[in-house]
Design a protein around this ligand. Sequence first.
Ligand code: SF4
Length: 157
Amino acid sequence: MMKKIFGIFSFCLVYFAFLLAAIKLFLRNWQSGLLFTLWIIFSSIIIFIMCCSKCTAKAKCSHVLPGLIGKIRPCKSAKKYGIKEFTAILIGFGSITGVSQLILFDNPILTIIFWSQIVTGGLFIILKICPTCENKCCPISEKLKKDGSDTQISSIK
Ligand code: SF4
């Protein structure tokens, strides 16, 4: 239960940060704001379809929505994530984060709020979700398990 709360909380933190940038752009120029919002949705869906469809734990996804989107495409094999998946994540989330930072650049307060949400969301995922995630395709969660996840597993349960 706690894992799901952490999962939904971290997911919302990261996406509310992107939403902050989208709203700021929307208020400046609604066409650009709409385009950026569509890009966030499009690239997120591509990442979820590419990575979450292979996930061996998607039925129990702590973030809920990615697991549901991942179910659209049946899992053919449980091979480890490779260059395709990491490139999609890098380009997708990299471009969303980069453009968000450009949009918020002239406002230090919003920039601080944005990065606080991204860093807090990321830390929650790395410390509270990945160590107990049963996704056998993800080398990051496998690595975190070997690096002493036992204490973190017991602290979440
Ligand atoms: S646990 Fe991670 S990889 Fe698996 S469905 Fe959820 S978000 Fe996707």
